[in-house]
Write a protein that binds this ligand. Structure first.
Ligand code: GAL
Length: 662
C-alpha cells in the first residue's frame, strides 16, 4: 500500500485532561489530520524520578490516536531533561562562551556531551524504543527537537577533554596542529594538545583556525549524540528516524542525516519571504539525494513567544505554503501547534485551536489545506518531482566559516537567496545541494560563497567538468584554506587552475570605484572581489575596471574537459547587478543545455513532476499574494478536469493550478 500523505500537528497530551484530549481528537478528524507528533518535551512525565520510567500514558495515547486513524511521530524527549537530573548534577549544565553555566528551564540547557546526561538520555530513549517503538500507529521517530537551535558550542570541562581528544585524532601530533594554524602568531604556540584552549572569552579575536575547528568539533559531537540515539531506536523499532532541523542551526546537516531515514525541517518564514521557505523545499528534498522530505513544523497563522508575536499570515497564504510543499516533494506537513499552550513562554504562538477550545484565526486556512491535500493526493502519489538539471550549493561548512569571518553587512543565507531568486525568476527548476550531492544528476552546478574548497570537493568538480558538466565558481570561493588560513601559492590556491584564471588581488570592494562590465550591463561589485586574468584558452565574459589596479576580468569562461567552468569575480550589486546575474547564469545554463525552464516570473512558482510513464505535470502557485497570469510553451491540460489549459492561465492570489502536458 502506498504510504499516505501525512497532515498533522505537534501535540502535547501531557498538558491536557482526558476530556480535552477526546475533544481534540474529534476536531483533528474533522480537519483531516492523520498524524500527530508527541513527546519531545515530556521527559519529566515519562520519568518523574530517576530510573522510574513509566510510559503507560504515552502508550495509551498512541493507541487512542490509532483507534481514531491518527498516526504518531514519536520524539525522544532529550531537549528538556527533568529537574531532578540538573538539580542533582549541576555539572551537566551547558556552559556558554562567557563561561556562564545555564540554569534549568527553557530547553537545551544541558551539555549533550556530558556522560551522565548521556547515560540518562540513552536510557529513556531505549525504554521508549522498547515499549513504544513497535506499537501500531508509530510511523516515525524524531530525534530530540531542533538540535542546536538555541545554543551552539558548549564550553564545559567535559567538552574541553573531548576537544583535546578530537584534536589528537585530527592532527596526530601537536606540531601538525601548530603548523596548520600558524600558532607562532601572537605566541599561541602549544606544546601539547592539553594546552589548546576552548575559544572562550578573550580581549580580542581568537585565531580563526581555533574557532572554526571548535565549531566543527561541536557539530560532530551533536551528530554522534543523534546517531547514538538512532542506533538504540533501531535495535527495537523499525519505524524510520528523522530530525526536525532548520537552516541556521549549528549543524552539519549532511552528516547528521546520513544514517537517518528522511529529512524534516521547521520553518516559520512570513508570507513576504516565501522564497526563504521555497529555497528550503529545494534544499531538504535534495539533501539525501531523494525526492521527499517533511515540513515538520510551520504555523497555521503566526509564530510567537512572550517576547515577540508577529501578526497572522495573510488570508490564503497557508494554501500557497502547503501546495508548494507538496508539489516540491513534502510527504508530511505539520503545524506547530495543535492546541495553544495554556502556560509557558510560547503562550502567544499561533495554533489550530485556542487553549479554551475556540478555533484559532488560522483554523479555516488549515481546514482548506486539508481538503487541498486530499484533492492533490492522486497526482502527488502517482508522480515525483522531476530531477533538476541545476544544483546551487548551500553549504553548512561555508555557513560556519562565515560565522568566523563574516561578510560585513551581508549574511551567507541572504546572498545565496539572491542567487536562488535569480534562478526562480528565470523559471529554472533547481535543487539546492550540499557538497556530497551526486553531481552527475546535474548539468550545471553553481558554487558561490565557499571560502574554503576542500581538495576532495575540487576533485569532484574536476570529474564533473571533465565529463561535460558546467560549473559556476564564485563569487567568494576558494580564498581561504580549510584550516581558515590564507593560501601561499595563489590567491585561490588550486582553484585557479580549475577556473583557468590568475587572481592578482583579493579585497573588499563595496566602497571602491570598481565596475563590472559585460552583457551590456554595468554594475558594482559587492563584498570581497577577486578580479582575475584569464589564462590561455580562457575567455573574458565581463571586465573589471577600477583605479586601484590595471583592468582585470569580472567573469571568465574556461573549457575544462568536455565541460566548462565559469568564474564570477564578485557579487554584482542589487540594482543593475540583478540583470548581470541573470545574463551570466543564463549564459552558463544555456551552455550546459539546461531546458527545464517554466514560468519566468517571481510571482509564480512552477514545479515540474513526472509520472512513471514520463508524463510531465506542472504545479503552479501564486506566491506574492497579488495573483498573476502565466503563459506556457506547449500544450497543457487541467490535470483534474482534462480540459485544455487557456493560453493565459489566471492564478488569483495564493491560488494554484495543476497542469498535465499533452
Ligand atoms: C520551534 C520549536 C517548537 C516551538 C516552535 C515555535 O523552533 O521546535 O518547539 O518552539 O519553534 O515557533
Amino acid at each position: 500500500m502506498a504510504e499516505p500523505f501525512y497532515y498533522g500537528a505537534a501535540y502535547y497530551p501531557e498538558l491536557w485532561d482526558s476530556e480535552t484530549i477526546r475533544q481534540d481528537i474529534e476536531e483533528m478528524k474533522a480537519l483531516g489530520i492523520n498524524c500527530v507528533r508527541i513527546g519531545e518535551f515530556a521527559w519529566h512525565r515519562m520519568e518523574p524520578q530517576p530510573g522510574k520510567i513509566d510510559l503507560r500514558f504515552f502508550r495509551n495515547i498512541i493507541q487512542l490516536l490509532k483507534s481514531n486513524n491518527i498516526d504518531t511521530v514519536l520524539c525522544t524527549p532529550t531537549p528538556t531533561p527533568p529537574r531532578w537530573l540538573t538539580y542533582q548534577h549541576p555539572e551537566t549544565a551547558f556552559v556558554n562562551q562567557d563561561s556562564v553555566a545555564y540554569e534549568h528551564g527553557a530547553r537545551q540547557h544541558i551539555c549533550t556531551n556530558h556522560p551522565l546526561f548521556q547515560m540518562h538520555a540513552f536510557q529513556i530513549v531505549e525504554a521508549m524504543a522498547k515499549e513504544l517503538g513497535n506499537l501500531p500507529g508509530v510511523i516515525a521517530w524524531q530525534l530530540d527537537n531542533e538540535f542546536k537551535c538555541h545554543v551552539k558550542e558548549c564550553y564545559c570541562p567535559v567538552c574541553k577533554g573531548l576537544w583535546h581528544q578530537w584534536l589528537r585524532v585530527k592532527y596526530n601530533t601537536i606540531e601538525a596542529l601548530n603548523e596548520a594554524w600558524g600558532t607562532e602568531i601572537w605566541s599561541q604556540y602549544y606544546s601539547s594538545f592539553e594546552e589548546v584552549p576552548q575559544p572562550s572569552a578573550t580581549p580580542f579575536l581568537h585565531n580563526p583556525s581555533l574557532v572554526l575547528n571548535y565549531r566543527r568539533f561541536s557539530m560532530e559531537k551533536i551528530n554522534e549524540f543523534a546517531h547514538r540515539q538512532t542506533r538504540i531506536i533501531r535495535q527495537y523499532s523499525s519505524a524510520p528516524v528523522t530530525h526536525n532541523t532548520g537552516m541556521s542551526f549549528g549543524l552539519d546537516n549532511e552528516a547528521l542525516f546520513k544514517p537517518l531515514d528522511f529529512v524534516s525541517f521547521d520553518s516559520y518564514a512570513p508570507a513576504h519571504s516565501f522564497l526563504t521557505l521555497q529555497l528550503q523545499y529545494d534544499r531538504w528534498r535534495a539533501l539525501k539525494g531523494g525526492k521527499r522530505f517533511w515540513l515538520m513544523e510551520t504555523s497555521p497563522s503566526h509564530s510567537g513567544n512572550v517576547r515577540s508575536a508577529p501578526s497572522p499570515h495573510p488570508q490564503g497564504y497557508l494554501r500557497c505554503e502547503a501546495v508548494a510543499a507538496a508539489a516540491c516533494g513534502a510527504r508530511g506537513f505539520n503545524y506547530w501547534l495543535w492546541r495553544q499552550q495554556r502556560t509557558g513562554c510560547e503562550i502567544p504562538h499561533g495554533s489550530v485551536l485556542y487553549s479554551w477550545g475556540g478555533r484559532n484565526v488560522g483554523y479555516n486556512n488549515a481546514k482548506e489545506v486539508g481538503e487541498i491535500f486530499r484533492r492533490l493526493e492522486p497526482v502527488l502519489s502517482s508522480t515525483e518531482v522531476e530531477q533538476a538539471q541545476v544544483g546551487l550549493l548551500y553549504s553548512d561548512q561555508a555557513r560556519t566559516f562565515f560565522e568566523g569571518e563574516p561578510m560585513a553587512d551581508a549574511s551567507y543565507q541572504g546572498e545565496i537567496r539572491r542567487l536562488y531568486d535569480v534562478l526562480v525568476d528565470m523559471g529554472i527548476h533547481r535543487d539546492v545541494i550540499s557538497e556530497g550531492a551526486e553531481l552527475s544528476r546535474y548539468k550545471l552546478v553553481i558554487i558561490p560563497f565557499l571560502p574554503a574548497v576542500e581538495d576532495s570537493f575540487l576533485q569532484k568538480l574536476y570529474r564533473f567538468a571533465e565529463q561535460g558538466g558546467t560549473v559556476v565558481i564564485g563569487p567568494m570561493a576558494g580564498y581561504r584554506t580549510p584550516e581558515h588560513t590564507v593560501h601561499t601559492n595563489h590567491a585561490l590556491g588550486r582553484l585557479e587552475a580549475f577556473c583557468g584564471v590568475r587572481v592578482a588581488h583579493f579585497y573588499r570592494a563595496d566602497d571602491t570605484d570598481g565596475m563590472m562590465k559585460g552583457y551590456g550591463v554595468e554594475c558594482r561589485p559587492l563584498h570581497w572581489a577577486a578580479p582575475c586574468e584569464p589564462l590561455a584558452e580562457s575567455e573574458e565574459l565581463a571586465s573589471y575596471q577600477t583605479t586601484l589596479h590595471p583592468q582585470a576580468s569580472a567573469a571568465v569562461r574556461h573549457k575544462a574537459g568536455q565541460g566548462y567552468v565559469y568564474t564570477l569575480a564578485a557579487m554584482p550589486d542589487c540594482e543593475e547587478g540583478g540583470r548581470f546575474l541573470r545574463e551570466f547564469l543564463g549564459d552558463a545554463a544555456k551552455q550546459a543545455g539546461v531546458n527545464l525552464r517554466f514560468c519566468t516570473k517571481l510571482s509564480v512558482l512552477s514545479v515540474p513532476r513526472v509520472d512513471e510513464k514520463g508524463n510531465r505535470y506542472l504545479v503552479l502557485v501564486n506566491i506574492d499574494g497579488k495573483g498573476d497570469t502565466v503563459s506556457l510553451d506547449g500544450n497543457w491540460t487541467d490535470a483534474f478536469t482534462g480540459e485544455p489549459a487557456p493560453k493565459k492561465i489566471l492564478l488569483p492570489p495564493y491560488q494554484y493550478a495543476v497542469l498535465r502536458h499533452k
